[in-house]
Design a protein around this ligand. Structure first.
Ligand SMILES: Cc1cc2nc3c(=O)[nH]c(=O)nc-3n(C[C@H](O)[C@H](O)[C@H](O)COP(=O)(O)O)c2cc1C
Ligand code: SF4
Length: 457
């Protein structure tokens, strides 16, 4: 099989590519010039629709279709770039901004032009200190070269771009939470409709797109919709960044065509290269925490937007895989997962605020060895009584809590039952000792991901 040529990570490792000069020498900003000079905004929207590009931020919504939801008659439109990247186990946006900031800026120019936007905001999670400075330096350089500001490429098109740093909340990655936060308010999601395309930032039509989604756009303009569509699987086109963390030999961020299997990601020579110290895989949460878990026997699942659903997962999510080793105590995995959502619920909706907290309490009871078999049914029942899908919440956070919790309990039920049936003298002391001084200090698996970045090959 022909070796896959990286697209999004093609500049990783190229000396000085964060500088405008080197980026341009490698063909950078040619796609932006081509888009602005040779195409109307409507044509760009059509090309992106035709490419089948689906949002990389979690929901997989087709980007071109989202752009076409903007009302035809409008005076002001905003583009919000979602660089909040708070999903546990996910760090591909970070890599893109750190390694190739101009690629993102070029994607912003083309996408802003397509949506006839004259102001773009990059909303970045506060912990991205280094990435903020890298991106701001690149933006300053691009402004100085006339790539932002007035009359881009002599076409009369104007575009301002600002980087806004969040204060560090998972829920501010949700697009309307992001918008509220950007407006200077408390960062919690808005009731929809109206959707942002109709009434978003400052009550104006707004498009929110993920960093990786926008990074795909220059390549689509440069090489065409048909080329983009030829990569990946049916309905899931294009290149994708996959991240992998946990006890694998080579944790990191890898580029591959959409649809590689989870097994390949863990064991493939170009990716994770297998487990360290001969450890075995118990399971893998393949798409950021919120999508749910695959067992070892399900690892041949293709990681594209559609196949994952056949395995009971919420979706592809962010394609940030967290590997759970065989020797991990599944009760502690569950408690760890439940803790995250209980902590991050913004508290507006009763089912989410109470439900995530209730699930955390049940999970802790099980982890401490005081669980009952009935708790397994109870926690699964709670997962079904919350979230946007049953229409009980403002945002998708509780759906994202429900899937990992329910799939962990259902797919590892035997293991939970064995633990619960077995009397384990001293379990409470054992766990508390491990988790003390504050049980709330349980580490969150994969949240920080890995610090090494690689591209395939
Ligand atoms: C609780 C929650 C957190 C989210 N966090 C992020 C995030 O950190 N980054 C992101 O791009 N999308 C995140 N999303 C999805 C966004 O709401 C939105 O769908 C996405 O930014 C749209 O961009 P895309 O169409 O390019 O994927 C989150 C959604 C929810 C419900
Ligand atoms: S679902 Fe949860 S996180 Fe989302 S708005 Fe409601 S309380 Fe907040």
């Amino acid at each position: 099989m022909a070796k896959y040529e990286p697209v999004l990570l093609k500049n990783v490792g190229v000396e000085g590519v964060r500088n405008l000069k080197v980026y341009r020498e490698r063909g950078g900003y040619a796609a932006a010039e081509k888009a602005l000079k040779n195409h109307t905004p409507a044509q760009i929207v059509e090309i992106v629709k035709e490419s089948g590009l689906r949002g990389r931020g979690g929901a997989g919504f087709p980007a071109g279709v989202k752009w076409s939801f903007l009302p035809e008659k409008r005076q002001v439109t905003y583009l919000c770039v979602n660089a909040d990247e708070s999903e546990p186990g996910t760090f591909c946006n970070r890599v893109l901004m750190e390694e190739d900031p101009h690629q993102l800026l070029e994607g912003i120019i083309i996408s802003a032009y397509a949506t006839q936007t004259t102001t773009a905001y990059i909303y970045m999670r506060v912990e991205f200190h280094e990435q903020f400075h890298i991106l701001q330096t690149a933006l300053d350089e691009a402004y100085a070269a006339g790539l932002f500001g007035k009359n881009l490429f002599g076409t009369g098109y104007n575009l301002e771009c600002f980087i806004h740093r969040g204060a560090g909340a998972y829920v501010c990655g949700e697009e309307t939470g992001l918008i509220e936060s950007l407006e200077g308010k408390r960062g919690w999601p808005r009731i929809k409709p109206p959707f942002p395309a109709i009434e978003g930032l400052f009550r104006r039509p707004t498009v929110v797109n993920n960093v990786e989604t926008l990074c795909c756009v220059p390549h689509i303009i440069e090489r065409g919709a048909a080329w983009f569509k030829s990569i990946g699987t049916e309905g899931s086109s294009g290149p994708k960044l996959y991240t992998i963390s946990g006890p694998v030999k080579r944790p990191g961020c890898y580029e591959a065509p959409l649809g590689i299997t989870c097994r390949d990601l863990i064991f493939g020579d170009d990716y994770g290269q297998g487990m360290i110290d001969g450890r075995k895989v118990k399971g893998c949460i393949p798409g950021g925490l919120s999508v749910g878990v695959l067992t070892e026997s399900e690892l041949d699942c293709k990681l594209d937007f559609d196949e994952v659903r056949k395995y009971g997962l919420l979706g592809l999510g962010t394609a940030g895989a967290i590997v759970i080793p065989q020797d991990a105590d599944i009760r502690e995995v569950l408690a760890n997962v439940a803790r995250f959502y209980s902590h991050e619920s913004c508290g507006q909706c009763t089912q989410c605020r109470e439900g995530t907290n209730w699930m955390y309490k049940i999970a802790m009871r099980i982890a401490l060895g005081a669980g009952r078999i009935a708790d397994l049914d109870l926690i699964c029942e709670v997962t079904r009584k919350m979230g946007m899908m049953p229409g009980l919440s403002i945002c998708g956070l509780p759906d994202g809590a429900a899937y990992p919790i329910r799939t962990i309990v259902e797919k590892f039920r035997d293991e939970f039952e064995q633990h619960i049936r077995r009397q384990e003298p001293g379990r409470v002391e054992q766990v508390l000792k491990r988790l003390n001084p504050a049980i709330y200090e349980l580490p969150i698996i994969g949240q920080r991901g890995s610090h090494t970045y690689h591209r395939a090959g």
